[in-house]
Design a binder for this molecule. Sequence first.
Ligand code: ADE
Length: 240
Amino acid sequence: MRIDILTLFPNMFNGPFDESIIKRAIDNNIVNIVFHNLRDWGLGKHKMVDDYPFGGGSGMVMKPEPLFDAMEAIIAQDSNSSAQVILLTPQGRLFNQGIAAELAKNNRLIFICGHYEGVDERVREHLATDELSIGDYVLTGGELAAMVVIDAVIRQLPGVLGSEESASDDSHTAGLLEYPQYTRPQSYRGWEVPQVLISGNHAQIAKWRREQSILRTFKRRPDLLDKANLSAQERKLVAK
Ligand code: ADE
């Protein structure tokens, strides 16, 4: 997968992609992340990228020309593959695991990180193919949101995680929260690991985990249960 990131602050991305699983995915050429500083496409001597809003009001708006010019140059760098162009904005559809899985099927993604009060509406209408928000709060810009989305997408790519199972058991993958996990020691400060987990009975363990997943989702995120994939029997349990 090739990921292009259009941003006024490429240095903000130093760190999150330089460690651990994402770094390994980059080193193994599973993903190629290319940064583009929007300032390079700024207008005039001052490399202007933003301007006052028509109609008045506070704050500045990102101008369309640097974004369209940057995008055309970037697409020309690899015109073979069609790209999804994602604008990060609090007005976008709410990002979730399902969207991460959908995005992971593409071989090219381009992220536009907005700043100031927003971007000129023509960028939304004629450049972006999708708009994503990572939650109902306002960040100083789209960079942190892009990092969140990109991290969630990259860990879905085949070969990124050690074993394919570690992704399929995750919270949210099955529409439920994950069951509680334990490791050694078996007894810590008097707190014991549930007996079933050391029973060696795999069927019992699977049953316990499934119940815990459902129970935990019921207690913490009942909103998720409506869409979760539950058997008729499990639905009855929830209703009880
Ligand atoms: N830019 C500012 N706030 C944002 C949010 N919540 N999600 C995505 N992009 C943003």
